[in-house]
Design a protein around this ligand. Structure first.
Ligand code: ADP
Ligand code: MG
Length: 335
């Protein structure tokens, strides 16, 4: 329903969005995840027609956001990072104004406004001036404006920034509720935020899409780079000899801690946990181990590594293995 094709945005000679392509399908909650400055807001501003792209295009239900903005915008509601809320209007006046802009038929306006006011919990402030509202309430007013018209896709840029924990939980619940009838795209620089509500994650780093998958698949894909670490009271050569007896090892990095201690980082084939085999081999050789541990990849690590670059190569390699095609998603060279 939304297609982002090869989007590029340059600010002078700074590339904020770098050949970004993805598709948004109906019925999911998508999370656009990336550190500050990754290009999330720029991407969302382009997708919603607030900003022109340097290259590429955005199709919403087949309508080009630049060529047919009215038709394209009909199916999206947007909460920008800095909502353009009018400080000298009351909440109700502002929503009235938004409803007119959205061309919501007159006879439906009142009902819709009341619905979104109820859903976002702003009934008690509906007649207050926006300038007198707290950050949390202003955010909800922005959200109410995005939902107004009940568009098919709701795009929310960092919807919980600046909110207190209770408000965050409320907004999350609202997003979940909305997702039953709407497709949602939300951005955040906080992984926990995205993991909590999204069923599909797109990680962007320096304007590029570095991963895009379900949270489970992201964790699993990176598990192939799982490591086992051991420390043994033996010189490197001895540890090497013993590990030769163990099958399923892909690669080992040795570190000599001192004349008597060696640390080995073992990468296993197919991410297999071969701690038992390793333990047995060392026991058989009467060689005590002081440490034997498995480093599990968590989504936190996936995120950190992807946005800092370390795992990009292994993800790209895996892309080849998974599809049997020579198509590498990220070259990792500029990450
Ligand atoms: P995010 O929302 O992921 O934090 P942004 O899309 O806001 O990232 O910004 C992406 C990059 O583009 C950043 O390096 C930012 O400094 C730069 N940028 C954003 N807006 C402008 C602008 N109006 N002029 C120049 N640079 C900008
Ligand atoms: Mg932003």
């Amino acid at each position: 329903m939304i297609e982002v094709q090869n989007l590029v945005k340059m600010y002078g000679d700074h590339t904020a969005v770098d050949h970004l392509s993805f598709r948004i399908e109906k019925g999911h909650i998508y999370g656009l995840l990336g550190p500050n400055g990754a290009g999330k807001s720029t991407t969302m501003n382009i997708m919603t027609g607030y900003l022109g792209a340097t290259e590429g295009k955005v199709l919403i239900q087949g309508h080009d956001i630049l060529k047919e903005p009215e038709l394209a915008k009909k199916s999206i509601g947007y909460l920008p990072e800095q909502p353009p809320v009018y400080m000298d209007m009351t909440v109700r006046e502002y929503l009235q104004f938004a409803a007119e802009l959205k061309k919501i038929p007159k006879k439906e306006r009142e009902k819709q406004m009341n619905d979104v006011i109820r859903m976002t919990g702003i009934r008690e402030v509906e007649n207050r001036l926006i300038q007198n509202l707290s950050k949390g309430y202003r955010q909800r007013v922005g959200l109410a404006q995005a939902i107004l018209g009940f568009p098919e896709v709701i795009i929310l840029d960092e919807p919980t920034v600046g909110l207190d924990p209770k408000q965050i939980i409320e907004i999350r619940e609202l997003i979940r509720k909305l997702s039953k009838k709407h497709t949602i795209i939300l951005s955040s620089h906080i992984l926990a935020e995205i993991r909590e509500v999204c069923d599909y994650i797109m990680i962007i780093s320096r304007g590029k899409l570095v991963a895009s998958d379900t949270p489970e698949n992201l964790e699993n894909r990176l598990k192939s780079s799982r490591h086992i670490e051991l420390q043994a009271k033996a010189p490197v050569t001895r540890v090497q000899e013993i590990l030769k007896e163990v099958s399923g090892i892909k690669k080992v990095d040795y570190r000599k801690d001192n004349n008597l201690m060696t640390t080995a980082q073992i990468e296993t084939r197919n991410a297999k946990d071969i701690r038992e085999e390793i333990f047995t081999a060392f026991a058989r050789n009467n060689q005590p181990l002081t440490t034997l541990s498995l480093s599990q990849t968590t989504l936190e690590e996936v995120f950190l590594e992807l946005t800092q670059g370390k795992y990009t190569a292994s993800l790209a390699e895996q892309e080849i293995r998974d599809d049997g095609k020579e198509e590498v998603t990220g070259d990792g060279s500029d990450l």
